[in-house]
Write a protein that binds this ligand. Structure first.
Ligand SMILES: [Fe+2]
Ligand SMILES: [Fe+2]
Length: 446
């Protein structure tokens, strides 16, 4: 699972599952709000491009296919929830976005449908406001939090379209929408610039390849068994069964689709590095056996605890920090330019995994849960120790030698994954503590 509170602390709620790394995505300035009564830049660009290719395709005929129940990722269901995840000043804009996303042939329809244009204008104005609120130093914390959540939920809803969810094929009609691509860029640009501003990238660029290799090895030696953070201690000693169930529900966004994003980086020229990454992926995928796939072990834990195993069912429980890790991972796996960063991040993720899972396992054992309710952790403690070693020596170090001028990006990926994983862990802890206190898991109301 790449999504639980991570690293020296809580765990791996959201991380490099498919891990990506966005490199030097410095930033696209926030887009200007659309002038009233006029089309926004996003709309204009999207619709003019559509004009060129307007094939006037008839909407696909309805088939007899009965889709499985969709989750709140594709509906407004989640917006009704009280305090976890979805409620924010941006609920109206989020509703507009879901409306746009569920419109077949969105780019084409945006050309002439007034209601859709209005929804797009509302959404874009909200994105603009959220970018300002989220990434300004002077923002009020609660407003920044709501803005981050809205932006990351929006990004996730776009990014997830690169994966297949075995649902209604109509849900993918906008997967290549220019409107959605530009909307994504208008968030991703300023967000990634903000993320990068928290790391001293210039210092990384001054390191020699020998220094980079030494840093990777020495950091990995620490991150494989770091001191317990306060969050990890809380989970080991105080987290209740409800808190543990909440942890699983939040982690399931990644855990039930584990390594999907990693699968996106395995194509291309053949060499030892690529095979080492594929070897790790093969184990994540149970070498092609469904009952051995890691996500199957995750689902078993959820079933044992009375939780739904529907993918993305608990999307609304994800704090923005967890969604940010997932979206970062989507970016890095979808852009070959960020290949080194992605693999630096995956290296940290595999190296650090066992220490995180030991904390979860200790909590489950203290709570007297069954082997099925914690088997996933045990499996990962064993496998990720091997994956970590493979990633350091067979991937990260080798990439440094192959790309001496860009080798610092491997380290950037490693450091950023660690930072974002720790942030996801810290972001999840207050919710777990609130659940422990209330003795009620909000997942049960979903
Ligand atoms: Fe795994
Ligand atoms: Fe692994």
């Amino acid at each position: 699972m790449r999504s639980l509170p991570c690293s020296s602390q809580v765990g791996k709620i959201q991380g490099a599952g498919g891990r990506e790394r966005a490199c030097c995505v410095r930033a696209a300035a926030p887009s200007a709000p659309p002038p009233s009564g006029r089309r926004s830049a996003v709309q204009t660009a999207a619709t003019s491009a559509v004009k060129a290719t307007a094939l006037a395709e008839a909407p696909p005929a309805t088939t007899a296919f009965t889709p499985r129940p969709v989750t709140s990722v594709l509906t407004l269901e989640g917006l009704k929830l009280p305090s976890y995840g979805a409620v924010s000043d941006f609920s109206k804009a989020e509703a507009c976005f879901v409306q746009l996303l569920s419109t077949e042939d969105l780019d084409l329809r945006l050309r002439g449908d007034k209601a859709l244009k209005q929804a797009a204008a509302t959404l874009e104005a909200a994105v603009q406001a959220a970018v300002t609120q989220a990434f300004s130093e002077n923002s009020v914390a609660s407003k920044a939090k709501a803005a981050h959540l809205f932006l990351q939920r929006t990004l996730y809803r776009i990014n997830r379209l690169v994966l297949f969810w075995y649902d209604d094929l109509k849900n993918y009609s906008n997967e290549r929408s220019l409107y959605l691509a530009q909307l994504r860029d208008s968030i991703e640009g300023p967000w990634q610039a903000w993320e990068l501003s928290q790391i001293d990238v210039d210092a990384l660029k001054t390191l020699s390849t020998d220094e980079i290799k030494e840093r990777i090895r020495s950091q990995a030696a620490v991150d494989v068994d770091p001191p317990l953070s306060a969050a990890a201690q809380y989970m080991r000693q105080d987290m209740t069964r409800d808190g543990y169930r909440h942890l699983l529900a939040v982690g399931s966004l990644d855990g039930l689709a584990e390594a999907s994003r990693q699968s996106r980086v395995c194509g291309g020229a053949a060499n030892e590095v690529m095979c080492a990454i594929f070897r790790v992926l093969m184990e994540e995928y149970g070498t092609g056996r469904y009952n051995k796939k890691h996500s199957t072990f995750f689902a078993k834990m959820m079933t044992e605890l009375g939780l739904s195993t529907e993918p993305e069912k608990y999307f609304d429980l994800s704090p923005w920090q967890c969604l940010a890790s997932a979206n970062h991972n989507f970016l890095l796996t979808e852009r070959r330019r960020h290949y080194l960063r992605y693999n630096g991040g995956l290296t940290f993720f595999e190296v650090n995994g066992p220490s995180v899972y030991r904390t979860y396992l200790a909590a489950a054992q203290r709570l007297g849960l069954s082997d099925d309710a914690s088997g996933y952790w045990e499996l990962h403690i064993k496998e990720d120790e091997r994956h970590g070693r493979q990633m350091v020596e067979d991937v990260a170090v080798k990439l440094v030698d192959m790309y001496p001028n860009d080798a610092w990006e491997v380290l950037l990926g490693y450091d950023q994954e660690k930072m974002m994983g720790e942030r996801a862990g810290a972001g999840s802890l207050p919710d777990i503590q609130a659940v422990d206190k209330a003795q009620r898991t909000p997942a049960d109301a979903m």
